[in-house]
Design a protein around this ligand. Structure first.
Ligand SMILES: NC(=O)c1ccc[n+]([C@@H]2O[C@H](COP(=O)([O-])OP(=O)(O)OC[C@H]3O[C@@H](n4cnc5c(N)ncnc54)[C@H](OP(=O)(O)O)[C@@H]3O)[C@@H](O)[C@H]2O)c1
Length: 241
């Protein structure tokens, strides 16, 4: 059974100004949650915040570049001065900076570094910083955005190596963190949204945004007893890693 009444819940969504993050923010705020919208681009961030506020949704924009450790520290300090605890942290922000013909043998080290810094280090540090606010919630969830390209149980498709490796690392983080938190009120999940039409997914993707956010909304609202911390979900089901 899903809890579609999120009144009183506080959520953080990274990458909330467009694509999947924008739609997740909209859906959870419609259910009554207060949502911190984290993104890097202030212009698009303010536009979307305005659109949501005009729709009477409870949102607040926090401009943060997740590539920068000090920005994540500042984000934490601001939110910790405003809230006693956080119920749901959705680490959705991500980049794919590679050309389709990128392979390990021609991978640019700067691209590798930036991809790992945004998709993995920034995500891990966000978890680390916000843990003490999540632990104070009656029941808390962390949802980490991975990808089918991060899965090791299917043959590697041989492209986007930095992106793919960064998403495998996200899955490893989910496993490790869930184990560390097994005796607490905090559950940790990885999610594969499928291939979705967004700026990152491109126009040829088969899924619409509404379909791409379904599992994340499910993981945010389903009774915790029906979910398994430390697992990787797609289409509401547990996937092999
Ligand atoms: N679409 C797909 O087919 C697909 C498939 C599998 C997994 N995913 C994953 O799903 C997540 C959302 O992707 P999407 O398709 O919605 O992509 P998108 O439309 O390109 O949106 C990416 C979001 O990430 C934010 N972001 C990127 N770098 C950032 C940084 N350094 N600091 C803060 N925010 C940053 C962007 O904010 P700014 O505009 O401010 O930069 C934007 O809001 C990603 O983690 C992606 O890897 C997507």
């Amino acid at each position: 059974m899903e809890n579609t009444n999120l009144n009183g819940k506080t959520v953080i969504v990274t990458g909330a100004n467009r694509g999947l993050g924008k739609a997740i923010t909209h859906n959870l705020a419609k259910m009554g949650a207060f949502v911190y919208m984290v993104c890097r681009d202030p212009v698009m961030g303010k536009e979307v915040e305005k659109e949501f506020l005009e729709d009477n949704l409870n949102v607040k924009l926090k401009i943060t570049d997740l590539e920068k450790i000090e920005d994540i520290g500042n984000l934490y300090n601001e939110i910790a001065s405003e809230k006693d605890y956080i119920d749901i942290l959705i680490n959705n922000a991500g980049v794919n900076l590679e050309e389709p013909d990128t392979r390990i043998d021609n991978l640019d080290m700067n691209i590798l570094q930036r991809t790992m810094d945004i998709n993995f280090r920034g995500l891990l540090y966000t978890c680390q910083k916000f843990l003490n606010l999540l632990i104070k919630a009656p029941e808390a969830r962390i949802i980490n955005f991975s990808s089918g390209l991060g899965q090791l149980t299917v043959p590697r498709m041989g492209y986007y190596p930095a992106y793919s490796i960064s998403k495998t690392a996200v899955n490893a983080l989910t496993k490790n963190l869930a184990f560390e938190l097994k005796d607490t009120n905090v559950s940790v999940f990885s999610v594969d949204p499928g291939w979705v039409k967004t700026r990152l997914g491109g126009p040829e993707a088969p899924l619409e945004i509404k379909e791409g956010i379904d599992t994340t909304i499910f993981l945010s609202t389903e009774r915790i007893a029906n979910l398994q911390s430390g697992e990787f979900y797609k289409e509401r089901k547990i996937l092999g890693w």
